[in-house]
Write a protein that binds this ligand. Sequence first.
Ligand code: ADP
Length: 641
Amino acid sequence: MSALSAARPLRPFFLLLLVCLWLLLSALGGWGVYWLAQRAGIADLRASGEHRMDLYAASLEREVDKYAFLPAIVALDEDVRAMLNRPEDAGLQQRVNQYLEQLSERAGTLSVYVVDSRGKVKAASNWRRADSFLGEDLSFRPYYREALRVGSGRYFGIGTTRGEPGYYLTSTLGSVHDRGGVLGVAVVKVGLEQLEQSWAAVESPVLVSDENGVLILSNRPEWKFTTLQPLDEATRQQLENSQKYNRRALQPLDWQVLRELDAGTALVRFRPGAAGASPGASANLFLSQSRPLHSFLATPWRMTVLSPLRPVNQLALSRAGVATAAMALALLLVALLHQRRRHLREQLAAREALQAAHDALERKVAQRTADLSAANQALQQEVAERVQAEATLRAKQEELVQAGKLAVIGRLSTEMAHELNQPLAALRTLAGNSQRFLERGELAVAQGNLQRMADLADRMGRITARLRNFARKSEGRPASVVLDDVLDNALSVLEARIDRAGAVIARKGEPRLAAWCDANRVEQVLVNLLGNALDAMRGQAAPCVELECRQAAGQEPGQVQILVRDHGPGLSAEAQEHLFEPFFTTKPEDQGLGLGLALSADIVQACGGSLKGANHPDGGAVFTLSLPAVPPAALADTRAG
Ligand code: ADP
């Protein structure tokens, strides 16, 4: 998470970088395709250029060849030869003139003429015209000199008379090797238009330059007599002297070589405004291919074809455009795919993380459940142990209560013995008397004695029954108990002691009040409280115990109370502090164990009540035994019963 949040602020920058990269790669792809397409286009252009050059050269050759035989025909003519042998024969000259005129007309040449061995024109097809060559001295013309030297010649030049450019084909009359020597030279001049006719339909520029680099043939008329390269001053002067181009300006072609591809092939551009240049830079770009025209032996001409680069560039540009768009699209697609894959990866990672968290949570829950069940088991065990301990405790307490009860009975045994001794002694006396009365025959008196003995036995039975009833082990089950009855029982258990002490028992309060408790247990408590009261007043002249049954008021509603008050010395400060603690006693060892009040408090608490001890303001101690009143439901049951 922290890495992600750290990366977030940089995102726009990366996005910009990616967009730049995307544009750069797309542009690079486009440029690469442009370069390849241009190369392929140029290669195609070169192939077609070569082909065109073959065609143009062949057609040019064909055109020239059409006239090639003409000088030889003239040279073979008898009249022509005769005329040269007899220059004074005017009639012959006139005939030759007419012959040449007809020949020129039929062949479609510019002119046909015959020059004698001194270089003078002796007969000419244009003899009728004012600017006829007749009589002109052409000995300085290179084609004438060449013919004299090698027997025939081909030459491009501009006529000195009319300034008309043309192609000169020559043939000597009589060979230089003939014994008679050279009679003269037959010359046929062909116009450039004728030669250029074959290129009329060609759209791309094609041009032929001569040995001086001057364009002598072209399908672009404005380029004629321009030069491929600028001429140096010496060459220009020499051409001037020979009047080869009849003083034409010979301006260089206004182009610029951009790149040489190999020998004879280059990329060129015409400068805007140059002759033949088109408006717009790309329209002036050409692939230039040139090669020598070998068929023109005497004249080292070169043919140059120019192929416009514009279609190639346009095609390359359109392909580059398509490639750029395709590249951009492909890159975008790749980026989108990458993004999608990344998104999927992130989703997968998130799902895995979620799954891991879920698994961890489940493990934790399982662990907690196991812990909880272990804790629950432990708790259950503890509860079971507690229940067990409580049961044990209760059993122990039961035993203790019983032990306490037995202890009370033990303490009462002396009084019991006294109580039983008296009727026993009376029984013995009455039995002895009755025997004597029977011996004497006084049956009525004996009978009366027997009746008294039965009464005494009944009384003894009641005494032991009381004790037996008190000593029985109760189960501590609550029931509706009338407080007066429990008090009666407790007092009857202590009857002998009370009598011996001469104590007065004063009872007051609400009669027949009932509590919800175990009668036997409450009886045991009351025996303890009454026993303590009697102990406290031991030795007093007129001991008195006040008993009161009442409804509890104030803080303990729904409870009934029995108050046991004596007129003894009251509770000492130490006794108040340790009153209900086991084994706290101020009595001699044979009279008290210090368990009475502790057991009584436990019994009362088990019944749902309480036991409190205090000093009465008028002296003596007062113990308040509070017990739950009979619940209404149980009360209804009791009444119904
Ligand atoms: P025991 O009677 O065996 O001593 P108890 O638990 O019944 O044991 O009483 C504990 C002590 O409380 C007595 O020893 C006595 O000092 C004191 N006590 C109990 N009842 C009274 C009373 N009514 N007046 C004065 N002191 C009392």
